[in-house]
Ligand binder design. Sequence first.
Ligand code: PHE
Length: 344
Amino acid sequence: MESIDTLQEQLLARVAASDNPTEVIKAPELAQLYAQIPTLPAEERGAFGKAVNELKQVIAAAVETRSEQLNTVELAPIDVTAPFDVNSAAPALMPARDGTLHPLTQEMEVVSDIFNRMGFVTEESREIDDQYHMFESLNFPKGHPARDDWDTFMTVETDGDGDPLIAPAHTSTMQNRALKKYKANLDEGRPIAVVVPDRTFRNEDLDARHEHTFYQVEGVYVNKGVHAGMLVATLQKFLEEYYGRKLTVRVNPFYFPFTEPSFEFALECPFCDDGCNVCSQSKWIELLGCGMIHPNVLKAAGIDSNEYSGFAFGCGIDRLVMMKHNIEDVRHFEAGKLNFLRQF
Ligand code: PHE
């Protein structure tokens, strides 16, 4: 009987410490006590059996109490905002691959570097401008029909004259500023020589050759006695340096309000002898617009057009890069697709 009392103490301690107290009822010690009953002399059997039953009841009651207790235990609150399971190890740093500059950014540096070696300084354009710089200062007065050729994005907000602001449709929007900024060069007997490689925007119908956001490099050069031969030589030298080979170029008459005469500048296709996809089977690639700076553009910057003359050009950079890397669709540049960008 004494052993029953000790066992009761042990089993109660087990119940109190257990997370799964019903297990204790199946304890082998208890089963052994029941197995002992039939082996006892008849006179002892009644009292022993009763004591074992009582023991079982005490344990069963304790199990019930403990189970209730466990069910009502307050669980530690879960922080659902934690970035990882607070009970697990902190995650290792995410795997990363080194990024690179965008292919157009890389190539604009190459373009800029070539012109810098020819004595041009590099200036930046802007992503919003007024109508004076985009048109008036470039000899497009208000209402000039050629304004429609630069199909632009405009803001609802207006400038001091009540005109909408414009997302520049060409880097020529910087000509007036560049001429004014470096005008003092002329007084010192040095030329104005500036390039502006930067982003431009047009309201285009998008296809493999047209994108609403694209890049141009503008060039302006002013000095005494500047002539069209210098323009052609400068552009040819630039392109030969960029593609690393001799090239044949062609100059056709064209029209821009801000140059007179104006030209369209084409390159003999460097990729084929008698027509390919890059040149649309024409053997020539139209690359850029250029010309001799119109006297009114010089005047708008306060430069005496009787004493000085100059040339200007505006070349699409996307086109140059597409030809260099054999990229078939201009829309890849703005698409942000990593499998395209990682190739550069
Ligand atoms: N701004 C013109 C264009 O975007 C190109 C150009 C620049 C032409 C400078 C002449 C002189 O088409």
